[in-house]
Design a protein around this ligand. Structure first.
Ligand code: FSO
Ligand code: SF4
Length: 518
């Protein structure tokens, strides 16, 4: 196997003997074969632009399965490969499928760009997959997926054109995030400022994790009046802030933290766990007999709740029935987390924010969004958040929030110093807020805003978000805890030169530099 798509790539080079994430060599190699088949489907679709969206949906769904910490089950990857072969037959494809490896480019910088593009495309696909579940699709996203995959089938695709595609991927990532935002808010309302309980009740529970709000909505509807409570883990936290979910009194609170503490949290929860997508870590015996996967998540031997048929719901019955037989969660924490600062909530605060900036009460916004992860070096983010002066406001989204959302950093005239916009895809809200502030201050360029970026990345959705920020013109972004292993020195030089991307330093140095606008 050879995989270097995430921040945990062994030695910050590549996983070659089993993944640090727990992905085995068989699954990793199958994923490589799947990608080649998807490239063949894309090449076929490029030559037949009149075909239905069904194939594009499949491409996005299959790419989502290859995201880090999503699907560890080789049988599920085999099934996706079968689907790809079926699609090729249905399309009367004459494309020759090259063996894996033949689509690898010998030029290191070009190969680096290819991997950057594929990572970004995987992130875009995951957002498109979730949006489709909620009834939203966009041909621009699908056409890009086809075009990018087809380009990646050609190892000699010109570097200049690859660069263009990487730039376009940022634009498409923005479209995909806007589409998912629209899918969420049109179905569930605009998130509102919410105090989310971190304590536990006395009834048995289901802990739901991942990012899929459609799954949560069906689980909540099916589990009300069943004598159980539903808790959220990790990225599901933002669900508590949507009006459509707040009306369920059995949506009890948040349990544990991000995916990094999954083993501890799932063991102590005692009840049923449902993973709707990444980030799943290797399933431990302590909760193996009470965890389910759904969507593109998968772990060998773990029961999987199948996809919904068009117009029907998924059946969470088996998970609910099991939950009723299990003990309630063990208390881990008390207190609450404040969240719900998606774009409408930030816009509602915008007058106060503008006044606070003009009066000097707020000196700078620091975007600390992205992913959490297991590396000790990520303590940097907690320390940086703690060291920021009291006139700095942290804007966060994604599971990176768990590095700062329990620090009790206080508020500035009623504006919390940690404004949590939601999931990683809700980084879109931060973008909208930044653009609104640009307008409110009458600035010509977003670069003139008093905003610094200190992003933490882990997997491919974060790459898509980063490309979207670059597309919008944000510059001088700090990226950590390490730069992607798939970036060659030439690619890094380019990103530094053109976009001012920089690795993180020490918390002390970076806080001083960011507060100084550097
Ligand atoms: Fe985190 Fe995992 Fe949302 Fe990622 S749970 S790391 S960017 O999959 O998706 O932020
Ligand atoms: Fe390694 Fe990340 Fe690939 Fe897993 S996804 S095998 S940790 S590079």
């Amino acid at each position: 196997m050879f995989c270097r798509q995430c921040q945990e790539a062994a030695g910050n080079k590549a996983c070659v003997q089993g993944g640090c994430c727990g992905k085995d060599a068989e699954t990793s190699n199958l994923m490589d074969e799947l990608i080649v088949l998807l490239q063949a489907v894309a090449l076929t679709l490029e030559a037949k632009p009149q075909v239905t969206r069904e194939f594009s949906r499949f491409l996005c769904r299959a790419l989502t399965a290859t995201l880090t910490n999503t699907n560890f089950d080789p049988n599920r990857i085999y099934r996706l490969m079968d689907e790809a072969k079926r699609a090729l037959r249905t399309l009367d494809s004459t494309v020759e499928i090259p063996p894996v490896g033949e689509n690898v480019c010998k030029n290191e910088d070009a190969q680096s760009l290819r991997e950057l593009l594929l990572c970004g495309l995987k992130g875009v696909s995951a957002y498109a997959f979730h949006a489709f579940a909620l009834g939203k699709e966009d041909n621009a996203v699908y056409n890009f997926a086809i075009h990018a995959l087809a380009a990646l089938a050609d190892p000699d695709f010109e570097q200049e054109r690859l660069l263009e595609l990487v730039g376009r991927c940022g634009e498409i990532a923005l479209i995909a995030m806007a589409m998912l935002d629209e899918a969420h808010t049109s179905n569930f309302g605009d998130p509102e400022r919410t105090e989310i309980s971190c304590s536990v009740g006395t009834r048995p529970g289901i802990l739901i994790s991942g990012h899929d709000l459609k799954d949560l909505s069906e689980l909540l509807a099916q589990s009300q009046d069943e004598g159980i409570d539903v808790y959220t883990h990790g990225e599901m936290l933002s669900a508590h802030c949507y009006p459509a979910f707040r009306r369920y009194t059995h949506l009890r609170g948040s349990y544990g933290a991000s995916w990094r503490t999954q083993d501890r949290d799932f063991a102590a929860f005692n009840g049923v766990i449902i993973m709707t997508g990444n980030c799943l870590v290797p399933v431990r015996d302590s909760y193996r007999n009470r965890i389910f996967t759904t969507g593109m998540a998968g772990w060998p031997g773990v029961p999987h709740i199948p996809h919904r048929h068009i117009g029907a719901c998924k059946n969470f019955g088996p998970a609910i029935d099991l939950a009723k037989t299990l003990p309630p969660p063990t208390k881990l924490e008390s207190g609450h987390i404040v969240a719900g600062f998606a774009h409408e909530q930030i816009l509602a605060l915008s007058d106060r924010i503008v006044d606070a900036v003009k009066s000097g009460a707020i000196r700078r916004f620091i975007v600390m969004a992205g992913c959490d992860g297991r590396h000790k070096s990520r303590d940097y983010y907690t320390r940086t958040a703690s060291l920021l002066p009291k006139d700095a406001v942290i804007l966060t989204a994604g599971c990176a929030k768990y590095r700062c959302n329990k620090l009790n950093l206080g508020d500035i005239g009623g504006i919390p110093r940690v404004l949590d916009a939601g999931q990683c895809n809700d980084s879109y809200s931060l973008v909208r807020a930044a653009l609104a502030l640009q307008k409110a201050f009458g600035l010509n360029d977003v670069k003139e805003l008093p905003i610094s970026f200190d992003l933490a990345w882990y997997e491919q959705k974060a790459v898509a978000v980063l490309l979207a920020l670059l597309f919008l013109g944000f510059r001088d972004i700090r990226l950590g805890p390490t730069l992607p292993a798939f970036l060659s020195s030439g690619a890094i030089d380019f990103l530094v030169r053109e976009y001012g991307i920089k690795p993180i330093g020490t918390p002390e140095d970076d806080v001083a530099a960011m507060m100084d606008g550097r």
